[in-house]
Ligand binder design. Structure first.
Ligand code: MF3
Ligand code: CO
Length: 291
């Protein structure tokens, strides 16, 4: 809910300007959508220019860490070695790996291979093999600001079928990105992602989605990629969230590994692919903060 400010009060956004010459019209526009029954963001979900700058800097580290992984990843490597690379590079750049100890997560990065959908835990036991597809999901805290993005890596001779899954999952993120426009809805974006997966004969995981991110690791809103146009939260400039659909080759159903309570697998054992970008909604579209 948006707090009512006097027109001559200082604006909530930190600009130092009077409310009436800053965000008053903006808030009224949001309120008009709320009055039509739409879900709308509150001020916690709208980042100030200063916060955006902090998140941008955090994102640069996240990108650099993933670039470093991309340089070093190879067949025969263990996922623990990927964890070591992420921990080392993040520290070198002055950041902290956000996954480490987050709700008890034991490692610095998530590594999810083949039928693992997400939240794979790096281990000395898991060795990358020829033909594997793997998601490496990196998240960074820098000066208190959070960034989050992930990429897929194809190890050696990946089957055409699996390579296509990886490519379409990336295209799904692009479709979502193109649908990010202020004063439209997260459901418009989610539907764009979903339709592209469905058109290729794939499905999208329903239970796990994207999220607001920046001041915390996981903030409101929760972001679905199986949503309908005109539904879910209104997108407004300054919102920061992830686009990270989990695209399954087979059915959308998943289960969580009971031995660690983290790692998510496809029910049917077929592969799943995921790319993740972090974006800010701008006046005319989106700015990519991490990829
Ligand atoms: N990086 C994941 C995401 O995209 C979150 C992982 S939570 C963790 O939201 F604890 F497993 F790191
Ligand atoms: Co995320």
């Amino acid at each position: 809910m948006i707090k009512k400010l006097g027109r001559n009060d200082t604006c909530w956004c930190g600009s130092g300007k009077k409310y009436k010459s800053c965000h008053e019209n903006f808030d009224e526009k949001i309120l008009s959508f709320a009055m039509q029954g739409h879900i709308t963001p509150d001020h916690d979900q709208i980042k100030t220019p200063e916060q955006l700058e902090g998140i941008r800097e955090s994102g640069k580290i996240n990108i650099a860490v993933l670039d470093y992984v991309a340089e070093k990843i190879h067949i025969g490597m263990t996922t623990q070695e990927i964890d070591d690379l992420v921990a080392e590079k993040t520290k070198e750049l002055g950041g902290i790996p956000a996954p480490l100890h987050y709700e008890g997560f034991p490692k610095s990065v998530c590594t999810s291979i083949n039928s693992q959908v997400c939240h794979g835990i790096p281990s000395d036991e898991d060795i990358l093999e020829d033909g594997d597809i793997i998601n490496v999901d990196v998240s960074t805290i820098y000066k208190g600001y959070f960034s989050d993005s992930s990429r897929m890596f194809c190890m050696g001779n990946v089957s055409d079928e699996n390579r296509k899954l990886v490519e379409v999952a990336k295209e799904c993120v692009q479709k979502g990105l193109e649908a990010v426009k202020p004063w439209t809805f997260l459901g418009d974006m989610g539907n764009a992602v979903h339709q592209h997966a469905l058109a290729n004969g794939y499905s999208i995981v329903r239970e796990i989605g994207g999220h607001g991110v920046g001041i915390e690791f996981h903030e409101e809103p929760w972001v679905s990629y199986c949503s309908k146009p005109g539904t879910e939260m209104l997108m407004v400039p300054g919102m920061v969230f992830t686009i990270e659909p989990m695209v399954n080759m087979g059915k959308p159903d998943i289960f969580v590994d009971e031995s660690n309570d983290w790692t998510v697998y496809t029910d049917d054992g077929k592969p799943s692919a995921q790319w993740e970008i972090q974006i800010a909604v701008t006046e005319d579209g989106a700015e990519i903060l991490a990829y």
